[in-house]
Design a protein around this ligand. Structure first.
Ligand code: GDP
Ligand code: GDP
Length: 447
């Protein structure tokens, strides 16, 4: 929902890609991720121009450690850009002029159906525009002259990028700083009690806009740390009227689904007295299938008789009953006494941050390379899965595109293994991870 279009910047080293990137980010880009210790490059950045939001990727930062020859790396970058970006900006350097590597990459880019903008950088003075005529020879349309250092032509380039973007998708304009929170669970697990706690104690501001009272469908509020939330369709808050107990259970699952669809993070409430019931497992399944972040909350912990180790024993039971919801953390609270309810929003925000997180292509390929080194894909008949490379084009939830020889050779258990390796390296606690297998033949990779 919140995924903005991707704009990839491709080009030889030293053509000025990072200078451009930093110029833009000085203005209106909020850096999405800065992976410490992996690479210092800030390679993903969200930006906005003419009311359109998009994510810029500098593919130049891909693999600083590689000994690959330059051309091979550039092809690799161009491949990633063609596979994942909505618009590609191909940077060349007016000072050095055209070099064979530029032509080679242009040959690749000419074959893609995606819009490609040819950007001639280092045109520092108006007089130099003549030099851009040479670049028509690349067959990529009108060259766009800019000077990243002197900030010339950047607005025109951004105009062209926005024009080339695909049409806006629904949800793209949602305020991404507000975490959409669904509080779900069976009737009487304590949803309204928890919401009242969260809103009563934690809120610093509940909107006074008419229609956003507590019976309303959406209740926006700001938590003490400054994080903004919106509680969606707090089913329990509205009094259930004359629905019979049995249909009420079923009704609540359906109600949950509507809230889960719209949320970023689902708080799944479970009654500590009952443990995980079939209905609870059904709701957990919905959360997982919809690809949402989740925190499992065992409520009414005050009502449970405890001795040493009760909590750990209970946690093991919950985890085993909710096996397929293995990415969620489990929190033990009492909405009645307020025990640990202060942790609920912190956990929700932490899960959201992982849900919206992006890891760099370089780091991801390092991890998957090591994973395959430790355990190679199993043979299926006489054939074996080959993973050419991986990248994360989407967040919310994090989605890993794996470029493989044949998707049918991916065994469920091997995918599970790769997911575990990714989680070990990056965390992603609280969010599901999706895999998107895309087939490529060797020729495509080589060319
Ligand atoms: P990248 O390797 O493509 O990311 O290139 P950089 O952004 O690191 O730039 C390489 C060199 O070109 C640096 O010394 C920059 O200062 C210089 N450079 C970048 N843009 C311009 C420009 O518009 N004009 C001039 N004259 N130099 C530039
Ligand atoms: P909802 O239907 O999920 O919204 O549940 P409610 O919030 O209306 O709570 C159902 C019942 O459980 C009420 O009688 C609450 O007082 C009780 N309840 C809620 N939270 C707790 C808790 O933490 N401990 C105990 N002992 N009872 C609770």
């Amino acid at each position: 929902m919140k995924n903005k279009p991707l704009v990839a910047i491709v080009g030889r080293p030293n053509v000025g890609k990072s200078t451009f990137f930093n110029r833009i980010s000085g203005h209106r880009i909020a850096i999405v991720e800065d992976t410490p210790g992996v690479t210092r490059d800030r390679i993903y950045a969200d930006t906005e121009w003419n009311g359109r939001r998009f994510t810029l990727i500098d593919t130049g930062g891909i693999d600083p450690k590689s000994d690959d020859v330059l051309l091979k790396q550039m092809r690799y970058q161009a491949n990633i850009a063609m596979d994942t970006a909505d618009v590609i900006c191909f940077f060349v350097d007016a000072r050095s002029g055209l070099v064979p590597d530029d032509e080679d990459v242009a040959n690749m880019l000419r074959r893609t159906k995606k819009p490609v903008l040819l950007v001639v950088n280092k045109v520092d003075h108006a007089g130099l525009t003549n030099e851009t005529y040479d670049y028509y020879a690349l067959g990529l349309g009108d060259p766009i002259a800019i000077s990243a250092t002197n900030m010339l032509g950047l607005g025109d380039l951004l105009d062209e990028i926005v024009k080339a973007l695909p049409p806006k998708e629904e949800g793209e304009d949602e305020d991404e700083n507000v975490i959409q929170l669904a509080v779900v669970g069976r009737p009487n697990v304590g949803k309204s009690s928890l919401c009242n706690r969260l809103l009563g104690e934690e809120r610093t501001m509940v909107s006074d806009i008419p229609g956003t009272t507590r019976d309303a469908i959406d209740t926006p509020f700001t938590a003490p740390g400054g994080r903004r939330f919106n509680i969606i369709d707090t089913a329990g808050i509205r009094r259930k009227k004359v629905i019979e107990a049995e249909s009420l259970e079923r009704y609540s699952v359906i109600r949950s689904l509507a809230a889960i669809r719209r949320c970023d993070v689902a708080l799944l409430l479970i009654d500590a007295n009952d443990g995980v019931t079939e209905q609870d497992a059904k709701i957990a399944g919905l959360i997982r299938d919809e690809g949402k972040a989740c925190v499992v909350i065992v409520n009414k912990w005050d009502a449970v008789e405890k001795e040493t180790g009760t909590l750990e024993k209970n946690r093991r039971q919950v985890l085993s009953d909710l096996r397929f919801m293995d990415y969620a953390n489990v929190l033990y609270i009492s909405a009645r006494t307020g025990q640990r309810t202060n942790l609920v929003l912190k956990e929700a925000a932490a899960a959201y941050d992982q849900y919206a997180r992006r890891v760099t292509t370089g780091a991801l390929n390092d991890v998957l390379g090591d994973a395959q080194m430790s355990l190679q894909p199993p043979l299926m008949g006489s054939r074996r899965l080959k993973i050419y490379y991986a990248t994360q084009p989407l967040t919310c939830p994090p989605t890993i595109a794996l470029f493989v020889n044949d998707a049918e050779l991916m065994h469920f258990s091997y995918q599970r293994y790769l997911e575990n390796c990714i989680r070990k390296a990056f965390g992603f606690e609280g969010t599901p991870i999706r895999f998107d297998l895309r087939e490529k033949n060797k020729e495509e990779i080589r060319s």
